[in-house]
Design a binder for this molecule. Structure first.
Ligand SMILES: *Cc1c(COP(=O)(O)O)cnc(C)c1O
Length: 500
């Protein structure tokens, strides 16, 4: 199967090339030329299998330049103990007879980014080998918290790779910062940047587009690449957990094979829910993919109106991983819904960069609105939802998952749709202790790792293994640079003199 670009109809490359390149030279995103179909018989075969076997099978349908043996090896290494602390890897937990949580946070960094970032380094290094790439790769990341740590854990000590993560000094939680600065591994570096997340991201983009710097690195046998969610290698592992959740619900006799279910997804960059869309296109019986946003509701507005308008106030919320105004992966949905019309997609992108908005065709809007009901949750709703669900069911959610649960409740009240629904749970509540304690009415004056123990005592919930010893961790990386000094930080890390 070959891959094409959302904005250039002439491109046809292999999966290995798409993964190694990340983004097309003109800024387009790589998508599979056709969507492989999954029959009910194939789903039935996956039901008795463990998570890593299900994942290998599903990824194999998209990555046919990888052998079955390779994918079996990669998934059995990626989705295993002790990196994942739950034997189900991505278990489905029931709240009541038609509401379930798909918990994607039992990996090494306690957020759903691990599902993809435990696989990406394996897919990327194998891709480089397939492509005959002689150079080492250096992954450059700007993070607002979850991606940086998950990428560090994924790439640490992977031969042929190095990784440097930049985070905004005052833009991440204490726990997120300590998780990153205490990172182990011989090929990693973590640097705090003066400024906010956008500044750090702009700094990284500037380094990526510095041709002279790329040539210098090339002479040293290194090239730069990215681990963010526009890489196909990050999306394809995510398709697997939608199908795995369906298998689990059939296995537990909650549904019969063929019954349709709903998923409700807390959404930021549109990567997670887009993987659900690909599962739907493969033939997984999905009724609705409910798109949940926080106060940064550009996507909820888009699905309601057909207008994507990023010109609005950016809110910093208690669900920071959804604080996004440009949802990059939406482009892949538009491409598919337009009947693969790359000039139409290019037009929308151009309008977005020139005017800050675009208005999709009526055909795209009606198809999108039909499959993707959407809603938003306020900060107050989110906090209330956490405490209500904990009091009523004893189930503790993080702030992102709570946004999705609240939006699902609203959707059910509006539509009377009682289809079995799976809320995609994206982070452990222990990653956002301060906000979760606040929601429970137990606001604490303590900071950082102390809060983990306080939340555990307050709720009697187990601390995820990767966060249990945070109190004993010390920072290994203390570099603090200005935006202008970021390139020098990369040069120093790679042992390359940036000035000649
Ligand atoms: C990244 C993230 C999200 C948003 O996922 P997208 O793929 O960007 O839509 C939601 N919740 C958590 C905890 C995350 O880390």
């Amino acid at each position: 199967m070959l891959y094409q670009s959302t904005t250039d109809s002439s491109v046809r490359i292999t999966a290995a090339e798409a993964i190694a390149r990340g983004v097309a030279p003109d800024g387009g995103l790589y998508v599979p030329e056709s969507i492989p179909q999954l029959s009910h018989g194939e789903i039935a075969n996956l039901i008795p299998k463990p998570y890593h076997k299900r994942a290998a099978y599903i990824m194999g349908l998209f990555l046919d330049d990888f052998s079955e043996q390779e994918l079996d090896e990669f998934t059995s290494q990626a989705y295993s103990s002790p990196a994942f602390s739950h034997p189900g890897i991505a278990p489905v937990n029931s709240l009541d007879e038609n509401t379930f949580f798909l918990e994607l946070w039992h990996g090494p960094t306690s957020a759903f980014k691990d599902m993809a970032l435990q696989m990406l380094p394996r897919l990327l290094t194998a891709s480089l080998k397939k492509n005959g790439e002689p150079r080492d790769v250096c992954i450059l990341v700007a993070t607002s918290g979850d991606t940086g740590k998950a990428a560090l854990e994924g790439f640490k000590d992977v031969p042929g790779t190095k990784i440097i993560v930049f985070y905004p000094k005052d833009g991440v939680s204490d726990i997120q910062e300590l998780q990153m600065t205490s990172q182990s591994g011989d090929n990693v570096s973590v640097v705090a940047v003066e400024g906010n997340f956008d500044d750090a991201q702009t700094g990284v983009k500037t380094i990526f587009s510095d041709i002279g710097f790329a040539e210098k690195l090339d002479q040293h046998g290194v090239f730069l690449s990215s681990a963010n969610s526009i890489n196909w290698g990050r999306l394809v592992p995510q398709i697997a957990y939608y199908i795995s959740a369906y298998c689990d619900l059939v296995r537990s006799d909650t549904i019969k094979l063929g019954d349709k279910i709903n998923f409700c997804v807390p959404t930021g960059n549109f990567g997670n829910i887009l993987a659900g869309y690909y599962a739907f296109k493969m033939g997984l019986p999905i009724n609705k993919l409910i798109c949940a946003t926080n106060r940064n509701d550009v996507l909820a507005d888009f699905f309601h109106s057909g207008i994507y308008d990023k010109q609005r106030v950016f809110h910093t919320t208690i669900s920071p991983s959804m604080d996004i105004l440009i949802s990059n992966n939406l482009e892949r949905l538009l491409f598919d819904l337009s009947g693969k019309n790359s000039s139409e997609v290019s037009g929308y992108k151009e309008a977005l960069s020139k005017t800050g908005r675009y208005d999709v065709s009526e055909i795209i809007h009606s198809k999108a609105a039909e499959l993707f009901p959407s809603g938003r949750a306020s900060e107050e709703d989110t906090r209330k939802t956490i405490s209500e669900v904990f009091e009523k069911h004893g189930y503790l959610m993080d702030t992102h998952t709570a946004v999705a649960y609240k939006v699902l409740q609203d959707y059910r009240a509006e539509t009377a749709d009682s289809t079995v629904a799976v809320v995609v749970s994206t982070a452990s509540p222990f990653k956002f202790c301060d906000s979760v304690l606040d929601a429970l009415g137990k606001t604490s004056t303590q900071r950082g790792a102390e809060l983990i123990n306080i939340l555990a005592e307050t709720t009697n919930q187990p601390i995820p293994a990767p966060l249990a010893d945070m109190g004993t961790k010390t920072a290994r990386f203390r570099d603090f640079v200005t935006i202008g000094e970021m390139k020098k930080a990369v040069s120093d890390f790679l042992g390359v003199n940036s000035f000649n």
